[in-house]
Write a protein that binds this ligand. Structure first.
Ligand code: TYM
Length: 337
């Protein structure tokens, strides 16, 4: 069976970009034949970006409830929290010891932080933790501990998967002695929705503060947020360039081809922006409303979610515990006999 794995960092509340780029394709893939899916909350990754315990706690509950509300079947999928699998941080250390520092120097997230510091006239490493610096190694451990074949992610994560391959190949080379411990994971990008834009047209991202929340705040908040999508000042009756705002790509991410073509034609034909936003809202609401109802039911039962996640971690550890034992053996951490 093909093992498919992906994770979502538990900072903030899930937005449409997470849903379209990760959650929806992941759940669809988990229903396929001959796949074994591993979906998890990257809560150790969250600690890199956030030192507010209440926010971390809230976010991991919301994200777990979101996956379940969107249709994930915890009996069919390995569904767990990263921090419930102690073999992940253990493997992170084994991998850290074979990862070149130069590889980490090239990581986009780290480089962006250094560039921002330089631009602000600060010391290059100001405010940068070792967590941020070695983030890609923790991510490699997430993937390699279950030897995932395929990793569906948004474009921003491609480099991390390439790094995981590099690190895996290095470990295999050093310790494999004729056998490959690790599969080299492949990145999977859903081209049609590779990067969903946010309110301002840039990539929808918590860091740009331009997100449309998936469930938070209910239909009212969804409508209000859609109203904030940046458009030009063309009036109703004037032809719009459908590609000049985030409306069209967000619509397309939810609608089928015929619906999208209609929407595009309506914009080009002079549909007012206000009316267009109403149509977008209604189209999104059609998909989101039933999931939101399930979400609200689930989020009111944290103990039930806890049980599901504990069961998921127990199943996943049936694989990670013996595999880590083999890896310890491989590097020479063996029992004396
Ligand atoms: P994170 O939490 O930033 O995002 C979760 C997933 O959502 C995708 N995504 C988007 N896709 C399309 N359009 C957007 N605007 C958009 N915004 C986010 C991301 O690409 C990602 O696939 N490091 C990862 C989490 C992680 C992980 C892993 C993923 C940790 N370990 C192992 C895969 C395998 C992250 O921060 O994603």
């Amino acid at each position: 069976k093909t093992r498919v794995l992906t994770g979502i960092t538990t900072t903030g509340t899930p937005h449409l970009g997470n849903y379209v780029g990760a959650i929806r394709p992941a759940i669809a893939a988990s229903r396929g034949e001959n796949v074994e899916s591993y979906y998890f909350m990257a809560d150790y990754h969250a600690l890199i970006k956030c030192d507010d315990p209440a926010r971390i706690a809230r976010s991991r509950l919301e994200i777990a409830a979101t996956w379940l509300a969107c249709g994930l079947d915890p009996d069919k999928v390995y569904f767990y929290r990263q921090s419930d699998i102690p073999e992940i941080p253990e493997l992170t250390w084994l991998l850290t010891c074979v990862t070149a520092k130069g590889l980490m120097n090239r990581a986009h997230a780290y480089k962006a932080a250094v560039d921002a510091n330089s631009a602000a006239g600060e010391d290059a490493d100001a405010g940068i933790t070792m967590g941020l610096y070695s983030y890609p190694i923790l991510m490699a451990a997430d993937i390699l501990i279950f030897n995932a074949h395929r990793v569906p992610v948004g474009r921003d994560q491609i480099q991390h998967i390439e790094m995981a391959r590099d690190i895996a190949a290095r470990f295999n080379h050093l310790f494999g002695a004729g056998r490959d411990y690790f599969v080299l994971p492949e990145v999977v990008i859903e081209e049609s929705v590779a990067t969903l834009p946010g309110l301002d047209g840039r990539k929808m991202s918590k860091s740009y503060d331009n997100t449309v929340p998936l469930f938070e705040g209910g239909a009212k908040k969804l409508k209000e947020t859609i109203a904030r999508i940046v458009t030009d000042s063309r009036l109703p009756g004037e032809a719009k360039d459908p590609d000049s705002s985030a409306l069209m790509p967000i619509y397309r991410a939810f609608a089928d081809e015929a619906e999208s073509a209609d929407f595009r034609a309506a914009l080009a034909g002079g549909l007012g922006w206000g009316e267009a936003k109403q149509r977008l809202f209604e189209r999104l609401e059609r998909d989101i409303a039933p999931m939101r109802a399930r979400y609200e039911e689930l989020i009111a039962q944290p103990a039930r979610i806890e049980e599901i996640l504990q069961a998921g971690a127990a199943r996943a550890r049936q694989l990670s515990v013996p595999f880590l034992a083999q890896l310890r053996e491989a590097v020479g951490l063996r029992r004396f006999q």
